[in-house]
Design a protein around this ligand. Structure first.
Ligand SMILES: Cc1cc2nc3c(=O)[nH]c(=O)nc-3n(C[C@H](O)[C@H](O)[C@H](O)COP(=O)(O)OP(=O)(O)OC[C@H]3O[C@@H](n4cnc5c(N)ncnc54)[C@H](O)[C@@H]3O)c2cc1C
Length: 228
């Protein structure tokens, strides 16, 4: 059974490659780097392959292919889950770290982050733009991934002023289990399907409601101490 699943994963790897999705396989140095973890509890993790999508379309193709072949997918943003929930012991590791664009818009006070970003990269946009007095309500540690943090709630240094990280989420774009791309917003009707999905993404945990590919967070003005 395990051998046949491995064969399926390896066929899927060939297919992903043909779609120009970066794929890493055992024997490649980049594969070893991608699965490396500082949590020694999970040092024996050896997924059949690691896929590193660069676009939402890549993620859609991966999710559809894995669903059609019944292959396990384990989503990783930056792998800081203490419980190893982003560590693939088998199947395909869906590693989002190549999706790391950040765009800060100080007209709307919104930062748009690809789902593979780390907080350090997001904060750099405030620093390099010299936006003194503004904060993005993320984690203290610069290497924590934005996705796991927000999807799990997220306690940060500014939580007492602005709530948890997920309280400043304005919008999320998600690839659902059937491969559809859906954007949900805080303004969606809470009783609608989209509104319920948005609610679930605000702290109910990563890996439960599809693959988030992009998030928009409200930037806070710290000087006024006004919360969201
Ligand atoms: C050094 C360190 C410092 C920390 N500091 C804080 C802190 O100050 N405040 C705090 O609240 N927490 C903190 N944490 C906990 C951390 O926020 C969580 O472990 C968080 O899940 C890590 O985010 P990540 O993206 O790196 O996680 P990952 O391990 O990559 O993912 C965590 C979970 O989310 C899923 N997931 C990841 N990306 C996506 C996605 N795009 N779509 C859907 N599911 C996804 C994964 O499958 C997994 O289940 C810290 C952890 C560490 C190791």
């Amino acid at each position: 059974m395990r051998a046949s699943l491995r064969l399926l994963s390896s066929k899927a790897a060939q297919l992903f490659k043909s779609m120009d999705v970066p794929v890493l396989q055992p024997g490649q140095a980049e594969y070893d780097r991608a699965i490396a973890t500082s949590n020694r509890l999970f040092r024996f993790s050896r997924p059949d392959c690691v896929v590193q999508p660069e676009t939402a379309k890549h993620v859609q193709a991966i999710v559809r292919e894995a669903a059609s072949k019944n292959i396990d997918l384990t989503i990783k943003c930056n792998g800081h889950s203490y419980a190893g929930h982003s560590t693939a012991m088998k199947g395909v590791s869906l590693d989002l770290r190549r999706m790391r664009s950040v765009n800060l818009d100080m007209n709307s006070n919104v930062v748009t982050m690809d789902a593979g970003c780390q907080w350090g990269r997001v904060y750099e946009t405030l620093i390099s733009g010299r936006h003194n007095g503004y904060i993005i309500n993320g984690g203290r540690c610069p290497t924590v991934g934005v996705s796991g943090f927000i999807l799990g709630g997220g306690l940060g240094p500014f939580t007492r002023s602005f709530g948890m990280g997920c309280d400043t989420l304005a919008e999320a774009t998600v690839v659902t289990a059937d491969g559809e791309l859906v954007t949900v917003k805080e303004t969606d009707d809470r009783n609608s399907k989209k509104g319920k999905l948005f609610w679930a993404l605000q702290g109910a945990g990563g890996g439960n409601f599809g693959v988030v590919v992009q998030m928009k967070l409200k930037v806070q003005n710290y000087k006024t101490l006004k919360g969201p």
